[in-house]
Design a protein around this ligand. Structure first.
Ligand code: GAL
Length: 379
């Protein structure tokens, strides 16, 4: 199975942590299917950690769903999710216990892959806590990669080892479709800024079939929920979503969809940004820092299919700043005779053709993102 685009969906962890149950999943599935999210591309509904009983079934050795949270079992939930036209994702861990101390899949990889296939699972997030010291992490991810390939069902393998052990260099060969490259996001500006900046030198490893995963989005959490530490403004959420899209990484929503406001919905269903994220060429962007020793201001330029481009200016500093860009840094010197025609992805406004350079003035923590075409401006 080839994962042609970075996956889009929703995951329970950011808002709900341990507080998950069948009703939450079914209600969220309804909303995804009926509110335009599925139509916008959000197709995976993923149950993260804390879905199981604390111990395996002693008779079968299988992990079993928590009977209070999921009284009708997982197949029932997955069938409901599928009926809504969505795909169903679950979670386990390469170690002996999950990060929240539920049974992990260590030494049960093949049995568990089989169990996930029986549930009708389409996606498995696979974490890295409680790994025995005696064994190499890469070996354990390879094991689950092979177990999933042989379980008789197409299951997206979402490795989550937080970027340890140079994961970008072997994730693809281990069968992963995506690999988490960072620690956990918190719902505040400095957390997502740090995560994004940390991956700028490594985005070149991300490509069709196996994508760099920089964690679930916090857009729309406004400081509420499991990973909420402060919250963000709408402008900051816009910068977060735009970064994820221009980086071409998975778009997994993490807010409570039952109470999503209009501003969040408009942002996360922004068609232009989603197209930039899901571009069929799957090319990584060029990231150009504008300051010598910091990543406070940067430009991101991504080649899209059909000869188009995405151009983003990110002011991650705490002050309103100019972001001067000379197009020669993008490969378009003055002598080329070409300029850029830019359409703002948030407002739809088209600017006059820009040539040689431009210097947008951008408020603190905000961005400007354009869809661009190269146009001939001189003989
Ligand atoms: C972390 C992981 C989070 C979440 C959590 C569950 O290791 O990075 O995304 O899955 O475990 O316990």
């Amino acid at each position: 199975m080839v994962l042609k685009h970075p996956p889009m969906g929703w995951n329970t962890w950011n808002t709900f942590g341990e507080d998950i149950n069948e009703k939450l999943i079914m209600d969220t599935a309804d909303i995804m299917a009926e509110s335009g999210l599925l139509e916008a591309g959000y197709e995976y509904l993923v149950i993260d950690d804390c879905w199981a009983e604390r111990e395996r079934d002693p008779a079968t050795g299988k992990i079993v769903p928590d009977k209070k949270k999921f009284p009708n079992g997982m197949k029932f939930v997955s069938e409901y999710v599928h009926k809504k036209g969505l795909k169903f994702g679950m979670y386990s861990c390469a170690g002996v216990r999950t990060c929240a101390n539920y049974p992990g899949s260590f030494d049960h990889e093949y049995l568990d892959a089989q169990t996930f296939a029986e549930y009708g699972c389409d996606y498995l997030k696979y974490d890295y806590c409680f790994k025995p010291d005696s064994i190499d992490g890469q070996v354990l991810y390879r094991r689950m990669g092979l177990a999933l390939r042989s379980c008789g069902r197409d299951i997206v393998f979402s490795m989550c080892n937080w970027g340890k052990d140079d994961v970008w260099s072997w994730a693809r060969s281990a069968g992963a479709h995506l690999y988490r490259s960072t620690g956990d996001i918190s719902d505040n500006f400095s957390s997502f800024k740090e995560i994004a900046v940390s991956q700028m030198p490594k985005l070149g490893y991300s490509a069709t079939g196996c994508w760099n995963d920089i964690d679930m989005l916090t857009c729309g959490m406004y400081g509420k929920g499991n990973v909420a530490l402060g919250g963000c403004s709408d402008e900051e959420y816009a910068a977060q979503f735009a970064l994820w899209c221009i980086f071409g990484v998975p778009l997994m929503l993490g807010s409570d969809l039952r109470s999503m406001n209009e501003a969040t919905k408009r942002l996360v269903t922004n068609r232009e940004l989603i197209q930039i994220d899901q571009d069929p060429d799957g090319r990584p962007p060029l990231c150009l820092p504008l300051d010598q020793d910091s990543q406070e201001r940067f430009v991101v330029f991504k080649l899209l299919s059909d000869g188009e481009y995405a151009l983003g200016f990110f002011n991650m500093s705490d002050k309103k700043r100019m972001l001067p860009l000379y197009f020669e840094k993008l490969g378009i010197p003055f002598a080329s005779g070409y300029g850029l025609q830019l359409t703002d992805v948030f407002t739809g406004e088209t600017l006059e053709v820009q040539r040689e350079c431009m210097t947008p003035l951008i408020p603190a923590h905000e961005c400007r993102v354009y869809r661009a075409k190269m146009v001939r401006v001189a003989g």
